[in-house]
Design a protein around this ligand. Structure first.
Ligand code: UT7
Length: 323
């Protein structure tokens, strides 16, 4: 008998305001055609004035609870993956805890930028396997619209806001790859690459700052590292791309997603794609894609899934789970 962290529910929230590529044509030197062809993005959602990361995270968590038939009282822990928390402290996770009316358990944030949800899943899995929590809400939530330099055409057209949540629950499996739940994890970071994707502000520099990215460099690392981390995670189970039902990738760029799938020998018909509708929502992109994938009827119970992501740090990783 093996303890597993199994998915019990999933949900997401997208802010109401949808911004098509054409809206940028009026403010910066860009075109819908450039954005579509270079990134695959067609539109994105932006949070309303006053709408915060913890607001969106709470909506997503509530939807996941509803789907699971649970209430906040049934939860032991909340982890929010975010780089855009409402305040410097307390954590977005404790704000979600209060908004859900949860008065026990514990909550904290994880910051690994676009790879944050993968790192948060790994944390939740460790808490469950070690017996410190039985049910954990794992959330990815971001308001990247608040850290955009709207005059920078190379970055401002790429990002969006949103939140997704997954409830993981302790369960017993046979210890085989047929078990539902998290089966393998691979995490990496390399701080030498901090200058290719960062925000030029923060608490100790006394500003919020704006996102800066050397797109081509990040692209190069992404294409190399995403397939590699997915292979490593699958390799721990003696599996390959042939064995999986879905790749649920971080949704940064359609060209990166295609290249990774190609390297893994997986056709695009086995990739959940939301980048066209959401843009890059950083840590929120994978749980958003999981939730949308379930809503569309793509992801079904028993499916074998690989999630993979890379972001600032650089930080990157992959999780293999059976839905
Ligand atoms: O989520 C975290 C991880 N992030 C990523 O994975 C993002 C990785 N990088 C990328 O997705 C791509 O590098 C971008 C989509 C950011 C850019 O695509 P690219 O094919 O690498 O384009 P580029 O940066 O090399 O720019 C090509 C040209 C440049 O003009 P010149 O120098 O060739 O004259 C840019 O100035 O496109 C220009 N350009 C634009 N043109 C129209 C850059 N942004 C725009 C724009 N509209 N918005």
């Amino acid at each position: 008998m093996t303890k597993r962290a199994q998915v019990r529910g999933v949900g997401h929230y997208l802010p109401k305001r949808v911004v098509p590529n054409s809206e940028f044509e009026t403010t910066i030197d860009t075109t819908d055609e450039w954005i579509r062809s270079r990134s695959g993005i067609e539109r994105r959602h932006f949070a309303a004035e006053g709408e915060t990361t913890s607001d969106m995270a709470t909506f997503a968590a509530q939807k996941a609870l509803d789907m699971a038939g649970l209430t906040a009282d049934d939860i032991d822990a909340i982890i929010v993956a975010t780089s855009t928390a409402d305040l410097t402290f307390p954590s977005a996770a404790t704000m979600v805890q209060a908004k859900l009316g949860m008065t026990k358990g514990f909550a904290f944030d994880v910051q690994a930028v676009c790879a944050g949800f993968v790192f948060a899943l790994a944390n939740a899995n460790a808490l469950i396997i070690s017996g410190q929590a039985n049910r954990v809400i794992v959330i990815g939530a971001e308001t990247f619209s608040r850290i955009m330099d709207w005059s920078d055409r190379a970055t401002s057209v790429l990002f969006g806001d949103g939140a997704g949540a997954v409830i993981l629950e302790a369960a017993t499996g046979d210890g085989t790859i047929e078990d539902r739940g998290i089966l393998a994890i691979d995490l990496n970071s390399d701080g030498r690459h901090k200058d290719i994707l960062y925000v030029d502000g923060g608490v100790s520099t006394q500003s919020t700052g704006h996102l800066k990215m050397q797109g081509k460099e990040v692209f190069r690392h992404a294409v190399e590292k995403l397939a590699s981390t997915a292979h490593t995670a699958l390799g721990k189970l003696n599996l390959t791309g042939d064995d999986i039902d879905w790749i649920v990738p971080h949704q940064a760029n359609l060209r990166i997603i295609k290249s990774t799938a190609h390297k893994m020998g997986v056709g695009l018909d086995r990739v959940v794609l939301t980048v066209q509708d959401h843009g890059n929502t950083s840590a929120a992109s994978i749980p958003l894609a999981l939730s949308v994938g379930v809503e569309r009827g793509q992801i079904k119970p028993g499916n074998l899934i690989v999630t993979e992501a890379i972001g600032g740090g650089l930080a990157w990783g992959a999780v293999v789970l059976r839905w």
